[in-house]
Design a protein. Structure first.
Length: 418
């Protein structure tokens, strides 16, 4: 039958059911772009491509037998528990294992200090939701992890870059910036940073902690790569330095040392902030997968994760060395790059007159890829920079990839008029 219109008059049924556009998306959903890295990975998935683009662990190094046995043990111990809802904070035995590993690395930690998350990316999202209001200032290294920029952008933060040099954050510049901008938090990846691979020295870490305590600042310390060290001595977390105790959210992950498909991470934070993150997680997903948590706990109890990490380090160290040994032959003359002591990435810069995005287009046509550095920057990017990951391919494959890159790097990527 006819339906009334907004004035009470009747209109034909066909007109009453005509489509009206739904309300628009939230501004944050349209103001933050998708990840160029993920898009590049999609382009390079075809067979035969040698990709230095993704920060992916090597699948042939996964302890598949050990993890399969861990899942079997989780089901054998209690299939009902493994398949049931769990607490938001996480399985007690996994929290205890995380706390024990953190304590062994020099940061005294109890199980109650830990929240298990669905990857450390979720931990960052929860902390951001707990701390950041639209318009708040968030400080980041420049360049920094691209997904962190997306996270802060979706929260409506104003992201400000902290001056950095080859070793990372410049402490004096950080203090000046905190006084001027009054930020809510500093997000940092101080060990084998993504994308640059650099590591912040211990003295600077101590100064960052003192600055945060003296000027009033939350610290978010992201450490997905810290166990992947190939040379040099370990550097204590910022969270372990005086002044950082009551204001540091430390994020960790099993993705790089076990397997990323588990989607298991953890958050260590002061009690009030951790509780706020728990409430945010309840709203997000209730809890992290029970069966995956229990399998990880069984794995940590039965397997020697440190021995496994040592094997991964040995393999990745030789792959890093292969990349560094031949990179000079693959990039245009005058290029520069660093030598990271660990992690997954080498950061390079092309000479004047070259553009990494233009070089990538030519490289993909020759079945080799990398990630241009520009998307990792806040503010004006450096178009000459690029990130190369060395973990996914064997040394022989790395050499072949660099031969392909050399075939185009001396002629492509040059900006006309320079």
């Amino acid at each position: 039958m006819p339906a009334p219109d907004s004035r009470g008059a009747t209109v034909p049924a066909a007109a009453a059911t005509s489509a009206v556009a739904p309300p628009s998306f939230a501004a944050r959903a349209t103001s933050v772009e998708g990840s160029p890295v993920r898009e590049i990975l999609a382009l390079t998935e075809r067979p035969g491509v040698i990709s230095f683009a993704g920060g992916l662990p090597a699948p042939e190094l996964f302890d598949t037998e050990g993890l399969r046995a861990a899942y079997d043990s989780a089901f054998a111990a209690s299939a009902r528990r493994a398949l049931q809802y769990s607490t938001t904070e996480g399985a007690p035995e996994l929290r205890e294992a995380v706390a024990a590993r953190a304590t062994a690395r020099g940061l005294t930690t109890a199980a109650d200090d830990v929240l298990i998350t669905s990857g450390s990316q979720q931990a960052l999202t929860l902390i951001t939701g707990a701390l950041v209001e639209p318009g708040d200032v968030v400080l980041v290294e420049n360049p920094t992890y691209l997904a962190a920029l997306q996270c802060f952008g979706l929260a409506g933060a104003r992201v400000v870059a902290v001056p950095c040099d080859e070793e990372g954050i410049v402490p004096d510049a950080l203090a000046d910036l905190v006084i001027r901008e009054r930020p809510k938090l500093l997000y940092t990846i101080p060990t084998f940073q993504n994308p640059t691979g650099r590591t912040l020295p211990a003295a600077r870490r101590a100064e960052v902690a003192r600055t945060a305590a003296r000027l009033g600042l939350w610290l978010v310390e992201d450490d997905p790569y810290g166990e992947l060290r190939y040379e040099g001595a370990d550097v204590p977390w910022i969270a372990a330095h005086p002044g950082a105790e009551d204001r540091t959210a430390l994020l960790g992950s099993f993705s790089k040392v076990m397997a990323p498909g588990l989607r298991l991470g953890w958050l260590r934070a002061p009690a009030a902030l951790r509780r706020a993150a728990v409430v945010a997680k309840q709203a997000a997903d209730l809890h992290t997968s029970t069966v995956d948590q229990l399998a990880a706990a069984h794995y940590l109890g039965a397997a020697d994760l440190d021995a496994h990490v040592a094997r991964v380090r040995a393999a990745y160290g030789s792959r890093r060395d292969a990349l560094l040994a031949h990179l000079g032959e693959a990039l245009p003359e005058g290029s520069t790059w660093n030598r990271p002591e660990g992690g997954m990435f080498v950061w390079a810069r092309l000479p004047e007159g070259h553009d990494a995005t233009a070089l990538l287009r030519a490289a993909i046509a020759h079945d080799v890829a990398f990630v241009p550095g520009a998307p990792f920057f806040t503010g004006a990017p450096d178009p000459r920079t690029l990130r190369l990951s060395f973990t996914t391919h064997t040394p022989r494959e790395i050499e072949e990839g660099l031969r392909r890159l050399a075939a185009v790097a001396r002629t492509d990527g040059h900006v006309p008029g320079h």
